[in-house]
Design a protein around this ligand. Structure first.
Ligand code: G6Q
Length: 554
């Protein structure tokens, strides 16, 4: 495979997206079916709830409560073909440079390919490289977990702190929380990301440096927040244990060996990855070292197998039964044809409490783009806003707006059939809530029903639920490492499907790069001993001046 071959199969070769007949057909269809409701669709087809479902990699997707008919789906598949989606999928899996603005492959799927398989990029088999790093990670994780890896004073490591931000933090935190059930309970895992010193201080205040190991995660090893926190950690550690302690208390995960060495971490204690792994797609690379230390190499392997199972499903299943394709296309329908601006992610699983935050980066950093791959301005909406909280908590706060507000908020419900912590009938109660919410959103409660309940006339309108509010439900047997891998891969690939339709580069992040640069100049002005000559706008100038006047150093 020529990895340099540009991936040029998208709408760029077939004229602007919104001028395409398939897009126009969907616009007309949306107009024509505006008054059709989920009540109608379900009444017309008693089998809808078992027909508009798909399964793959252990996940069951019910999309019957999306506002689509068979005709809508057919038009969405037409659009997918017009955008050469099948070719775009193959382009990613074969290592073509689908990240066009950085001229790179996006090969996170190689991170979970089984040992013994091959995938060549620029003449190198990347699978054997991945397996070599995984094997080093396993050896290290085992030694920390069983106490063979000790601190500088010979004490066992009891605390592991991951220092990283963005893609070097959100995946590891989410996975640790999600898989806490499988974690070694005599190890405390913490995560420091924010340059706000509170994050580091609170994470370390009750810990003994002699029992604490830092994993510094940074793909570039240049990120200001991470290096600042890593320096604070180094000072905290060496103040108690001396300079010689670094080798026993710091390891690094990075693609930048020189940066790691300059910081003072021996590259023998470094775990590498590759430029073809994007930050937000890196939780299953060495960036997942904290996850592996927490749950052990075997469970980490199960998680990779779950990712891979979804990869195989995505690559080989016809579009009509393909989970990431269905989710991606339904998202395009809601976003561009029904005018929904957001998606609520609602896991009915406390262990998934960080999943919405993780998805925010995955989806919004990937598809929050305003130009196509060739730089033309998009005249349609791209990535929607993702947000959410675990159920049932959200039900007692923002669900009000989802049920009765004036906006459409498509919801992804996620639930598990088997509890990890059985306690009386509480899991059944949890799941009863999930099922009831989806039903209420779809079918609502009419004025007639409200009146029949004897509601006073004055209150009746307040108690009406219009219904017709779209949702999907992802049902999984059990929250295992395998299931988590499959679930994350499902969202990774549905993001890619949407990026292919919108013809955007889902793998760059110039907005994040901007943030990394902006603070540098301002930091110097804030630090300057003399009053700086401020050349910003009047608001920024005034804020900096007021901050300098009011701050307290201690
Ligand atoms: C992810 C982004 C971004 C990145 C962080 C941390 O896709 O590129 O969130 O992960 O900025 O970068 P480093 O890992 O290089 O420190």
């Amino acid at each position: 495979m020529d990895a340099k071959a540009p991936a040029t199969n998208g709408p760029a070769t077939g004229g602007p997206l919104t001028q395409r007949p398939q897009w126009q057909a969907l616009l007309q269809h949306a107009q024509a079916t505006r008054d059709r409701t989920l009540r109608d669709w379900f009444a017309d087809d008693p089998k809808r709830g078992t027909r508009l479902v798909a399964e793959g990699a252990g996940l069951y997707l019910d999309y019957s409560r999306q506002r689509v008919g068979d005709d809508t789906l057919a038009l969405l598949f037409d659009l997918a073909h017009a955008c050469a989606l099948p070719a775009r999928i193959q382009a990613m899996f074969t290592g073509q440079h689908v990240n066009v603005t950085e001229d790179r492959a996006a090969l996170h799927v190689a991170l979970r390919m089984p040992a013994g398989t091959r995938l060549e990029v620029d003449g190198t088999d990347v699978v054997s490289e991945v397996q070599a790093v995984l094997s080093r990670m396993s050896g290290f994780a085992d030694r920390v977990r069983d106490g063979r890896w000790t601190g500088a004073t010979g004490q066992r490591i009891r605390n592991v702190i991951n220092i990283g931000i963005g893609g070097s933090d959100l995946g590891p935190v989410m996975a640790y929380e999600a898989l806490r059930h499988y974690s070694q309970r005599d190890l405390t895992l913490r995560f420091v990301s924010n340059v706000d010193p509170t994050d580091f201080i609170e994470a370390t205040r009750d810990l003994d440096p002699a029992q604490t190991l830092f994993i510094v995660c940074s793909k570039t090893f240049t990120t200001q927040e991470t290096l600042t926190n890593a320096r604070a950690a180094r000072d905290w550690c060496t103040a108690a244990l001396g300079e010689g302690a670094i080798a026993r208390h710091f390891v690094a995960v990075s693609t930048n060996a020189e940066g790691v060495r300059d910081f003072g971490i021996d590259t023998d204690n470094m775990f590498g990855f590759w430029d073809w792994v994007g930050g937000r797609y890196s939780m299953d690379s060495a960036i997942g070292l904290s996850t592996m230390v927490a749950i052990g190499p075997a469970h980490f392997g199960d998680m990779l197998a779950g990712f891979h199972a979804m990869d195989v499903h995505f690559r080989g299943t016809p579009l009509e039964r393909n989970l990431p394709v269905l989710m991606g296309l339904l998202g395009v329908w809601n976003n561009d044809f029904l005018g929904a601006a957001t998606v609520a992610v609602l896991p009915y699983a406390q262990y998934l409490k960080r999943f919405p935050a993780y998805l925010q980066q995955l989806t919004m950093e990937s598809n929050g783009k305003h130009v196509t791959r060739d730089g033309s301005r998009c005249d349609y909406q791209t990535g929607p806003i993702y947000w959410g909280e675990p159920g049932t908590n959200g039900q007692h706060s923002f669900y009000q707006l989802i049920h009765q507000g004036t906006r459409i908020v498509p919801c992804d419900f996620i639930g598990f059939c088997q509890p990890l912590n059985p306690l009386d009938r509480q899991h059944d109660l949890l799941m009863a809530n999930l099922f009831a919410q989806g039903e209420a959103l779809a079918f609502g409660k009419s004025l007639q029903q409200v009146q029949d309940e004897g509601t006073p006339e004055r209150l009746a309108p307040h108690r009406v639920f219009d219904g017709n509010r779209p949702s999907s439900t992802i049902l999984v047997d059990r929250l295992t490492p395998h299931a988590l891998g499959a679930l994350v891969a499902l969202y990774e690939h549905s993001v890619y499907v949407q990026g292919a339709i919108w013809d955007i580069d889902s793998f760059d992040q110039w907005g994040v790069e901007l943030g990394k640069q902006l603070a540098r100049r301002t930091e110097a002005e804030i630090a300057s001993a003399q009053a700086p000559s401020l050349q910003h706008d009047s608001s920024t100038n005034a804020l900096i001046t007021r901050y300098r006047a009011h701050r307290r150093r201690k």
